[in-house]
Design a protein around this ligand. Structure first.
Ligand SMILES: C[S@@+](CC[C@H](N)C(=O)[O-])C[C@H]1O[C@@H](n2cnc3c(N)ncnc32)[C@H](O)[C@@H]1O
Length: 231
């Protein structure tokens, strides 16, 4: 058997074979112990590069794996493709699954995280996918209006899990709106601080709450908050 992975679920790469049959495309993983989601290659637990990084650093604010909400963002933006060169800020980027997805779409991406220890994982996975992601070690509180003016879209996956994070988000979004950022798309399993943030945003900007389903690398249902900060 060749070292290939068959991707056959909805949304996976497909090709038209002889006589017009549609069959899943054979995609060879770049290295062993990786998985694919929406065109992004990510390390699995047994990957030797991942194991080496884990020996060196230990993220301490939950940036210790890929979180499923990132797949919700990938699925949503596979349907609502961002324009090339869109400037994207991935807040609480962790190991970078969402940042890498946007970089593969031709966006200019900055992965921002308060925890410096997540970045060796992001760097290694950006290399695996042959993309460039700018890095910013920063908390939401520290992002000033002039910093936020550098972005068109803000995204985040699983980064509204404490009440104080909902407060930080709301304060940062007010600065982002006055800095000209157009849109926020935040994904979450549906925790209370995330739902509270939706209520607060809804009073200030056009805000949607969507229940969304990701199909790769496995089925995962969660919530998306979409806020139009500027038209
Ligand atoms: C649950 S992880 C999600 C990581 C990534 N978004 C994903 O989907 O795999 C949350 C991340 O947010 C970061 N974080 C927590 N509080 C933050 C803050 N106030 N500002 C920026 N990043 C923060 C953590 O260091 C961690 O990497």
């Amino acid at each position: 058997m060749p070292a290939c992975r068959l991707l056959g679920e909805a949304g996976c790469p497909m090709r038209i074979a002889n006589k017009g049959f549609i069959v899943p495309e054979l995609i060879a993983p770049p290295v062993k112990h990786t998985l694919s989601a929406y065109g992004v290659w990510l390390f699995t637990d047994k990957n030797p590069t991942l194991k080496k990084i884990k020996k060196r650093v230990a993220p301490s604010v939950h940036g210790d794996r890929h979180w499923d909400s990132s797949y919700l963002l990938m699925d949503y933006f596979s349907e609502h493709r961002p324009r090339k060169n869109t400037r994207v800020l991935d807040v609480g980027c962790g190991w970078g699954p969402t940042s890498i997805f946007f970089a593969l779409q031709g966006c200019k991406v900055t992965g921002m995280d308060v925890d410096t220890d997540v970045f060796p994982f992001l760097d290694a996975q950006a290399d695996l996918n042959a993309v460039k992601v700018e890095k910013l070690i920063c908390s939401m509180k520290q992002m000033k209006k002039k910093d936020l003016a550098n972005y068109d879209v803000i995204v985040g996956g699983d980064i509204c899990f404490w009440d104080e994070l909902a407060d930080e988000w709301f304060a940062m979004l007010k600065r982002a709106a006055s800095a000209g950022v157009k849109k926020l798309v935040l994904a979450d399993p549906g925790r209370q601080p995330f739902l509270d943030l939706i209520d607060k945003c809804d009073k200030k900007w056009p805000t949607e709450h969507l229940i969304w389903l990701a199909l790769q690398p496995k089925k995962f249902e969660g919530s998306l908050m979409i806020v139009t900060l500027n038209d």
